[in-house]
Design a protein around this ligand. Structure first.
Ligand SMILES: CC(C)(COP(=O)(O)OP(=O)(O)OC[C@H]1O[C@@H](n2cnc3c(N)ncnc32)[C@H](O)[C@@H]1OP(=O)(O)O)[C@@H](O)C(=O)NCCC(=O)NCCS
Length: 194
């Protein structure tokens, strides 16, 4: 029987390959996906597309945290509201923000480059994470798991294996059971865990 990871928090992360995305948002998409205050920020933004993908990744990363706490949580885009203090920082940038949802507020840390956006989310602390290029020809789910286990070995000094528990990925190693957040999109893979 595996004991729980001593760190009590749940990690979330999401990477978006900006070259794999359309470079403008259609008005109906904006209306369907973004909350009114996000729409207002998008209207004022110098680069609304990058800000929009940042909001999108924040929603997905937050869903990965909150849906572990409530497996029945419905995914309603507009209920996940991203707040980013200074969205006009030039690229590349590291940004902080919050994600507000009726089920709870989360802290966000975001990396913004010309190639991708990556968002990590946590309830109090934000989990450390990493983005890497998907090795050519390699299956994305295999590659992201290998990267997670490599980071785990470096951090904890132990090998582990990734399995799904209640349908969601965790790293098992000895008595440890560590929830891990996996993400893959286009040319990139990304992980985050405590
Ligand atoms: C779960 C979800 C957020 C994954 O995001 P995504 O951008 O599609 O894919 P990512 O590559 O970032 O993440 C995929 C990984 O997340 C993990 N994952 C899947 N569901 C998860 C969940 N509920 N919580 C945490 N992690 C989850 C999986 O391990 C998966 O990796 P794998 O396929 O290699 O096993 C996505 O499936 C989603 O958006 N679900 C809600 C869909 C929905 O209801 N849409 C309605 C639109 S109105």
């Amino acid at each position: 029987m595996n004991s729980l990871h001593p760190h009590p928090e749940i990690p979330g992360n999401d990477v978006v390959d900006l070259r794999a995305c359309r470079d403008t948002f259609r008005p109906r998409f904006v209306e369907r996906v973004f909350a009114p205050e996000e729409q207002e920020q998008l209207r004022l933004a110098v680069d609304a597309t990058v800000l929009g993908w940042l909001f999108w990744a924040a929603k997905e990363a937050a869903y990965k945290v909150l849906s572990r706490l409530d497996r029945g949580l419905p995914f309603r885009w507009k209920l996940f509201v991203a707040r980013i203090a200074e969205p006009e920082i030039p690229l590349p940038a590291w940004l902080k923000g919050q994600l507000i949802h009726p089920a709870g507020s989360l802290n966000l840390e975001m990396e913004l480059t010309a190639e991708y956006v990556h968002v990590r989310a946590g309830q109090k602390e934000v989990p450390p994470g990493r983005v890497a290029l998907l090795p050519p020809g390699k299956d994305e789910s295999v590659a992201v798991r290998e990267m997670a286990l490599e980071i785990f070995a470096g951090r904890y000094g132990m090998s582990g294996r990734i399995e799904k528990r209640d349908g969601l990925p965790v790293i098992y190693s000895g008595d440890l059971c560590v929830p891990v957040s996996l993400s893959h999109h286009g040319r990139f893979i990304a992980v985050a865990f405590f």
